[in-house]
Design a binder for this molecule. Structure first.
Ligand code: XMP
Length: 305
């Protein structure tokens, strides 16, 4: 990207051209990519755009309220409450790729309904360059790239940021006046907390993951990681008060990266790690242990599934 202002002008024109007089939809995830694509598309086509946010129940704490506030100016914002449907669809599913598949399918089903209702011909997507590269290979199926276009017969797929890296997207977001909490927010995967839970996704594990991720984001924000997260691994023995307990094991991960394709585990100081440990085990009596992940990518991935 040469210059942010010209990029924005060029894309606004391009989106308006591609969509023409028809209606378009975009799926908002709460992350910087889809939020920026939505803001760009709204500048280009205004109320011809319907932004759809599916609350999968796999989101970070406060994400839905954040969306409501940020896109308050769009009359056509739709918030779909689908938490129960996602958790039900995931019941009994333990295979990582299958979990992604189930989430992708359910997402498409929710989205299709709105797209039909508003008679949308075009789909705007916040796909960025690294998404395309990872999905073209066999690394893993990114549900925000595959699926939708084939399932719903859109005349046009508009991907204004397909050649940008994440840091460039943030520049565009700032220039478009998106709030800092959106433009600077850590990346969050489409399948949400489901890829931060090993094995079956249950309401109980989701609650542990949601709280632990909030603590980690709060405590590590000033270390400016590319991404910091918490994952629920399984159960192990611990002792709380006078009792032995079989509690959750939570892994904390904080990485530095430019594009998510490779990453280095961050060197976080002991006091910070201890504070995180004490908050996570203190705030949830069912967590028995907190571990810090020191693995780079490769050989590990950033997410756990
Ligand atoms: P991994 O775990 O593959 O993650 O090292 C690299 C980056 O991609 C994000 N990620 C996803 N983003 N849909 C997304 O939109 C996905 O299915 C997905 N899986 C991983 C991850 O959070 C990290 O930033």
């Amino acid at each position: 990207m040469v210059d942010v202002d010209s990029f924005i002008d060029e894309k606004i024109e391009e989106i308006a051209d591609e969509v023409g007089g028809a209606n378009a939809v975009i799926g908002l995830s709460g992350g910087v990519d889809s939020s920026t694509a939505a803001a760009l598309a709204y500048e280009a086509i205004g109320d011809q755009l319907t932004a759809v946010y599916v609350d999968t129940g796999l989101m970070r704490k406060g994400e839905t309220d954040q969306i409501r506030e940020t896109f308050d100016y769009m009359d056509s914002l739709r918030i779909i409450e689908a938490q129960d449907r996602f958790v039900d669809a995931l019941a009994g599913e333990t295979d990582p790729e299958e979990k992604r598949h189930v989430i992708g399918e359910q997402f498409i089903r929710e989205f299709e309904e709105v797209a039909r209702e508003v008679d949308a011909d075009s789909l705007v997507q916040g796909t960025i360059y690294p998404d395309r590269i990872e999905s073209e290979g066999t690394i893993k199926s990114h549900h925000n790239v595959g699926g939708l276009p084939e399932r719903i017969d859109f005349d046009g797929i508009v991907e204004p940021m397909r050649d940008l890296y994440k840091d460039e997207v943030r520049e565009v977001a700032r220039e478009l006046g998106l709030e800092e909490i959106v433009s600077e927010r850590m990346p969050f995967p489409g399948p949400g907390l489901a890829v931060r839970i090993i094995g079956e996704v249950t309401e109980e594990k989701l609650e542990v993951a949601r709280e632990a991720n909030r603590v980690v984001e709060e405590e590590l924000e000033e270390h400016e990681p590319w991404q910091a997260l918490a994952a629920v691994l399984g159960k192990a023995t611990g002792v709380k008060g006078d009792n032995r307990v079989h509690g959750w094991v939570v892994a904390v991960r904080s990485v530095e990266s430019r594009d998510g394709m490779t990453a280095r585990a961050q060197n976080v100081d002991w006091d910070t790690l201890q504070r995180i440990q004490s908050r996570i085990t203190g705030e949830n009596e069912d967590v028995a242990r907190v571990l810090y992940d020191v693995t780079h990518k490769p050989p590990a991935t950033i997410e756990y599934e």
